[in-house]
Write a protein that binds this ligand. Structure first.
Ligand code: UDP
Length: 265
């Protein structure tokens, strides 16, 4: 069985799957049921900024199976480009729902990435919340590069169906592209700071802030030194890129209409 390609939009040259959260979860469940190897990324405004200057990340995103649309910046970009975004499909909100589904289906989950102890603490959270969930391993993302093969072999030996890779963009997407097949997992998702939240290492924004699309502001307040460039500079740069795309699309539209008028007169 092959999964039909979901509807997509394109933001700053990156093709994105435009699904609601429920549909994204259903698509993952279908891929698992069909044992169809599937690489998943969650693309936010920061990812678009990275992709704009990093050709290798751009290629990895282009080859990923499903790049979901993550965050308020992307929603604004979609509105500007007249490509309405259906939902904020981010790994952090998806995680509990995915755990619930994996527990029901008896599928095995591996958590890879973040600082020592953090993936294990996130695993404990998930295990306590979903007692039937089979977590077949947790491993931190801070090890020498030469240990990569050993990490991948560990995931394969664990029999994981799903692996969450929390190394941050673009590292996690590159890792998944390199190692997905050897890991033996059916579905691999790049999830950024997800384990930091569920382990309790970093508090997550309150629901009202998330609903207002202000999660980025909350994160900025938590870790201003690390994140000011990503969010303060990054958001302005992102809007500049989308503004440029809008101007280009508008002038191309004007030119096309002028040519059409000349042809028909
Ligand atoms: N990380 C890692 N190994 C590294 C660098 C980063 O495991 O060599 C982890 C880091 O501890 C964090 C995650 O990758 O848990 C990236 O988090 P970030 O907040 O940058 O990602 P975002 O959620 O914004 O994509």
């Amino acid at each position: 069985m092959s999964i039909p390609a979901p509807a997509s939009i394109s933001i700053h040259g990156i093709r994105l799957v435009n699904l609601a959260m429920d549909e994204a979860l259903a698509a993952i469940e279908a891929a698992l049921a069909a044992r169809q190897p599937t690489r998943i990324s969650f693309v936010n405004a920061d990812c678009i900024n990275i992709a704009a200057v990093d050709a290798s990340y751009r290629e990895t995103l282009a080859s990923t199976d499903w790049a979901f649309i993550d965050g308020i910046g992307m929603r604004i970009a979609g509105r500007i480009m007249d490509q309405p975004v259906r939902d904020n499909v981010n790994g952090t909100d998806l995680f509990p729902r995915l755990c619930e589904s994996l527990a029901q289906q008896g599928q095995r989950l591996f958590l890879y990435g973040a600082q020592p102890g953090v993936a294990a603490a996130a695993a404990e959270w998930a295990q306590a919340r979903f007692p039937g969930l089979q977590i077949c391993g947790a491993r931190d993302g801070y090890h020498p590069a030469h240990a990569e093969a050993e990490v991948v072999a560990g995931i394969r030996a664990s029999g994981a169906d799903v692996v969450l890779v929390a190394l941050g963009a673009p590292r996690q997407e590159a890792w998944i592209a390199r190692n997905m097949a050897a890991s033996g997992a059916i579905v691999a998702l790049g999830v950024g700071g997800l384990f930091d939240y569920y382990s309790g290492r970093i508090p997550r924004a309150p629901l009202w802030m998330r609903r207002l699309g202000l999660e980025w502001l909350f994160r900025l307040i938590q870790e201003p030194r690390r994140l000011w460039r990503r969010y303060v500079v990054g958001n302005v740069v992102f809007l500049g890129r989308i503004g440029g795309d809008w101007l280009r699309a508008r002038s191309e539209g004007t030119l096309a209409r002028a040519l059409e008028t000349r042809r028909s007169s």
